[in-house]
Design a protein around this ligand. Structure first.
Ligand code: FAD
Ligand code: NAI
Length: 479
C-alpha cells in the first residue's frame, strides 16, 4: 500500500470504527486495521462490543428474561402456559445472527464511508521525526504490508483479566466469551467476580435454571455504584433472580476436574469453604491491549498497568498519536470509546473535539436494571460536597405497577447551594432507557428544579425521575 493516509486507526471496536467513520466524514483519507476473527476464522469487525460483549450479552439477557417472565411472572397476569420449554442452541443461534448482522454492518459502513479496511495485527514501527509519517506493519499470518499515516488513533481495546491459578479453557473454566457460547445449561455455575459481567452472565444462566454462586473479593457489593443502589440490587438480585452472592471471598484454590471445578475460598465470617460447580466463569475485570502493539518501538508511554497514557484530549506523549476507549483511562464502556473516537477525529480535523467523562452513563442490564450518571452519595460525602437528595420508589408509580415491576427507586442528588444535579441513580424497570434524561440534564447543567418543572407523560416510568427531582425540595406528590 503506497499512499500515505491522513489517519490510521488501529482497532475496529466501537472506539476505532466510529473514529474511522468520523474521520472519513471530515474528509480525511483513513485506514482501519483490525485483527479480530470470529469462531469460523473469518475477519469480524466491531471489536469486543459487537463480537463478544455488549450486543451478544444483551441478546441472551433478553432471551433468558423472556423465558423467566413466561415461566413465572405471566401467571400474575392470568396467562397460563403449559409445557413451556426453551432450547439453548436456538437462543445462541439468535444471538449469533444478531452479532453477524452488526459486524457485517460495520464492514458496510466503513466501505460506504470509503474507509480502507485491512485485516491483521497492526504493529507500530517508526516515524514521527519532522514530517515523516508514522509507519505501521500489518501482519495477517504470513501476509505482511506496510501502512503509513500522518495521524494514528490507537483503539486496541481490552481483554479479560486472567487469574494465573485458573487458566481459562472455555470448557470448564470460562471467560466472558465462553459464558456467551454455552450450548446447554449447567446445573451448578460459579462466578469469580461480582462486577458487571458476573451479574449479567450470572443472571442469564440463573434464569435458565443454573444454580449460580458469585464469589466477590471485596467486602462490599458493586463498589462503583451508589451504596444505597448497591444494597437494593443485592437484595433484589438475591430474592428475585436467585443469585447467591458471597462478598469478601478470598479464593485460595481452583482445580478443574473432568466433570467439575472445585473452588476453595475463605470469608471473614465463615472461614474456609468449598464450592463445586460444573462451569466456572472468571469475570475479574479487563486489561488494556497494549502487548504486541510495538509501543516500545516508537517510545509510546504505557503505564505500569498497560494503559496508554493520554491527556484530556486523548493525546499520547507522541505527536499526532492518539489513544481512545478501553486502552486508556476512564470507564471501559462502548459509548465512552465511541465518543472519544468522534472527539479525536474532530480534533485531527482542526475542530474542538471533547468528551465529558463526568456524564458517561453506566448501566447494568440485570433485572431490575441499574443505571447511573455523575457522582454517588459516598463520593460526594468523601469530597465534602453538601448536597440534597430526592428519592422516589417504583412501587408508587402506575406504569411500574401495570408492568408488575415495582422494585427499586430513583435518586437525584443536587448541590445544596446551587441545586445543580450532581448525580442520578436508578434501579428498576427499563432504567437503561430512563437514564438518558438524567444525562441530558447533567450535560446541560440542569438543576433538580428544571426536571421538577418538566412535564412527564402519565402513566410512564419517567414520572419516577420527575418525583425524585421534586423530592429534592421535599415536594414529591405521590408519596
Ligand atoms: P474493543 O471493542 O475491545 O476493540 C478493539 C479491537 O482492536 C478488537 O477488534 C481487537 O481485536 C483489535 N486489536 C487489538 N490490538 C490490535 C492490533 N495490534 N492490531 C489490530 N487490531 C487490534 N460496554 C457497554 O458500554 N455496554 C455494554 O452493555 C457492555 N457489555 C459488555 C459485555 C461483555 C461480556 C463485555 C466483555 C464487555 C462489555 N462492554 C459493554 C464493554 C465494551 O465491550 C467495551 O468497553 C468496548 O468494546 C471498548 O471498545 P474499544 O473500541 O475500546 O475496544
Ligand atoms: P468489573 O470491574 O465490573 O468487576 C470485576 C469484579 O471482580 C470486581 O468487583 C472485583 O472486586 C472482583 N474481583 C477481582 N479480582 C477478584 C478475585 N481474585 N476474586 C474475586 N473477585 C475478584 O469487571 P468485569 O465484570 O470483568 O467487567 C469488565 C468491564 O466490562 C466492566 O468494568 C465494564 O466496564 C465492562 N462491561 C460493561 C457492561 C455494561 O455496560 N452493561 C457489561 C459487561 C461488561
Amino acid at each position: 500500500m503506497s499512499a500515505i493516509f491522513d489517519v490510521a486507526v488501529i482497532g475496529a471496536g466501537p472506539g476505532g470504527y466510529v473514529a474511522a467513520i468520523r474521520c472519513a466524514q471530515l474528509g480525511l483519507n483513513t485506514v482501519c486495521i483490525d485483527e479480530w476473527k470470529n469462531p469460523q476464522g473469518k475477519p469480524s469487525l466491531g471489536g469486543t462490543c459487537l463480537n463478544v460483549g455488549c450486543i451478544p450479552s444483551k441478546a441472551l439477557l433478553e432471551s433468558s428474561e423472556n423465558y423467566e417472565r413466561a415461566a413465572g411472572k405471566f401467571a400474575a397476569h392470568g396467562i397460563r402456559i403449559e409445557n413451556l420449554s426453551f432450547d439453548v442452541p436456538t437462543m445462541i443461534a439468535r444471538k449469533d445472527k444478531i452479532v453477524s448482522a452488526f459486524t457485517g454492518g460495520v464492514a458496510m459502513l466503513l466501505k460506504k464511508n470509503k474507509v480502507t479496511s485491512i485485516h491483521g495485527r497492526g504493529i507500530l514501527l517508526s516515524g514521527g521525526d519532522g514530517d515523516t509519517p508514522w509507519r505501521i506493519a500489518v501482519s495477517d499470518g504470513d501476509e505482511k504490508e506496510m501502512v503509513e499515516a500522518r495521524h494514528v488513533i490507537i483503539a486496541t481495546g481490552s481483554t479479560p483479566r486472567q487469574l494465573p491459578f485458573a487458566p481459562v479453557d472455555n470448557e470448564r473454566i470460562l471467560d466472558s466469551a465462553g459464558a456467551l457460547a454455552l450450548t446447554d445449561v449447567p446445573a451448578r455455575m460459579g462466578v469469580i467476580g461480582g462486577g458487571i459481567i458476573g451479574l449479567e452472565m450470572g443472571s442469564v444462566w440463573r434464569r435458565l435454571g443454573a444454580e449460580v454462586t458469585i464469589l466477590e473479593a471485596l467486602p462490599g457489593f458493586l463498589a462503583a455504584a451508589d451504596e444505597q443502589v448497591a444494597k437494593e440490587a443485592r437484595k433484589l438480585l438475591t430474592r428475585e433472580t436467585g443469585l447467591v452472592i458471597q462478598t469478601g471471598a478470598t479464593i485460595t484454590g481452583i482445580s478443574a476436574g473432568e466433570n467439575s471445578v472445585a473452588v476453595e475460598y475463605a470469608t471473614p465470617e465463615n472461614g474456609a469453604a468449598k464450592l463445586e460447580v460444573d462451569k466456572l466463569i472468571i469475570a475479574v475485570g479487563r486489561v488494556p491491549n497494549t502487548a504486541g502493539l510495538g509501543a516500545e518501538n516508537i517510545g509510546l508511554k504505557v503505564d505500569e498497568r498497560g494503559y496508554i497514557e493520554v491527556d484530556d484530549h486523548c493525546r499520547t506523549n507522541l505527536r499526532n498519536i492518539y489513544a481512545i476507549g478501553d486502552v486508556v483511562r476512564g470507564p471501559m464502556l462502548a459509548h465512552k470509546a465511541s465518543e472519544e473516537g468522534v472527539a479525536v477525529a474532530e480534533t485531527i480535523a482542526g475542530q474542538d473535539g471533547h468528551v465529558n467523562l463526568g456524564t458517561i452513563p453506566s448501566i447494568i442490564y440485570t433485572s431490575p436494571e441499574i443505571a447511573w450518571v455523575g457522582k454517588t452519595e459516598q463520593e460526594l460525602k468523601a469530597a465534602g460536597v453538601s448536597y440534597k437528595a430526592g428519592q422516589f420508589p417504583f412501587m408508587a408509580n402506575g406504569r411500574a405497577r401495570a408492568l408488575g415491576e415495582t422494585g427499586g427507586f430513583v435518586k437525584v442528588l443536587a448541590d445544596a447551594a446551587t441545586d445543580r444535579i450532581l448525580g442520578v441513580h436508578m434501579i428498576g424497570p427499563y432504567v437503561s432507557e430512563m437514564i438518558a434524561e438524567a444525562v441530558v440534564a447533567m450535560e446541560f447543567a440542569a438543576s433538580s428544579e428544571d426536571i421538577a418543572r418538566i412535564v412527564h407523560a402519565h402513566p410512564s416510568l419517567s414520572e419516577v425521575l420527575h418525583e425524585a427531582a421534586l423530592g429534592v425540595e421535599k415536594r414529591a406528590i405521590h408519596i
